[in-house]
Design a protein around this ligand. Structure first.
Ligand SMILES: Nc1nc2c(ncn2[C@@H]2O[C@H](COP(=O)(O)OP(=O)(O)OP(=O)(O)O)[C@@H](O)[C@H]2O)c(=O)[nH]1
Ligand SMILES: [Mg+2]
Length: 225
């Protein structure tokens, strides 16, 4: 009997890439930059977004699509800081968001009245690396409690990201973590990676993050533009 091999995964990924292209086109048509935040569980994605909504919300119109395997805790936390849409996707076991889910969230958004879209992906450093959500860029968040070697242990995630946020800098006095080594590991897998050093708890380093976001929304205001 002849055996025909159908690579289902390849087809699923192809379909996702098509849907991601559609999401990207819709966002670009309205000039809305979007950032897909990826990290291991607990690096501080939600707290970073909570503060961003709280402190930049009067300047920039922001919405968030959050993905969690179970619960909509993150969406509830974020909704405290904005009247704009926080769209919760409960993946029911899947370890990443996909472009179809982000596309569905866009249906509920008035893109003409939006400056910036965030996606908070499901917390893990493996699956979300492979899924294009139509974002402008992936932002990998990692924290000083995770060990310096995460970039070399999960290289695909750090290769796919354009920006890295090293968070929980306030904990540096209490944990053995060599910032220079972490950055060197990250640059080993992705020399182009642009870093932010933050504490979403104390606010340290967030001014640069906000400056970056403002410049994404108003490119003309970008230094050197
Ligand atoms: N000390 C300190 N704690 C932080 C910082 N950022 C986040 N936390 C704490 O770390 C824990 C996890 O933060 P979250 O924002 O929920 O992390 P997350 O990446 O959204 O987690 P998942 O959505 O589960 O992947 C919470 O207790 C936060 O208060 C920080 O910069 N410094
Ligand atoms: Mg979260």
């Amino acid at each position: 009997m002849a055996i025909r091999r159908i690579d289902v995964r390849e087809r699923v990924m192809e379909k996702n890439d098509e849907l991601a292209a559609d999401v990207r086109a819709r966002l670009q048509a309205h000039g809305v930059p979007s950032f897909n935040l990826v990290s291991s569980p607990g690096s501080g994605k939600t707290l970073l977004l909570e503060r961003t909504l709280q402190e930049l919300g009067s300047e920039l119109r922001m919405a968030v699509v959050t993905g969690d395997v179970q619960t909509q805790n993150d969406a509830d936390r974020l909704a405290r800081w904005t009247d704009r849409l926080i769209h919760a996707v409960v993946t029911g076991g899947a370890c990443h968001l996909d472009a179809r889910q982000v596309g569905a969230a866009l249906e509920d958004l008035d893109l003409a009245a939006l400056d910036l879209l965030f996606v908070e992906n499901v917390g893990n450093l493996v699956c979300p690396a492979s899924w294009d959500l139509g974002e402008t860029a992936k932002v990998v968040v990692f924290s000083v409690t995770e060990g310096e070697d995460k970039p070399v242990k999960y290289p695909k995630m750090f290769r796919m990201a354009r920006y890295a946020v090293l968070n929980k800098m306030d904990l540096l006095p209490y944990v053995p973590f060599d910032v220079d080594r972490a950055v060197a590991y990250a640059r080993e897998v992705n020399p182009e990676l642009v870093f932010f050093f933050t504490s979403a708890l104390t606010g340290e380093g967030l001014a640069s993050w906000y400056e970056f976001l403002r410049a994404q929304v108003h490119p003309a205001a970008r230094p050197g533009a």
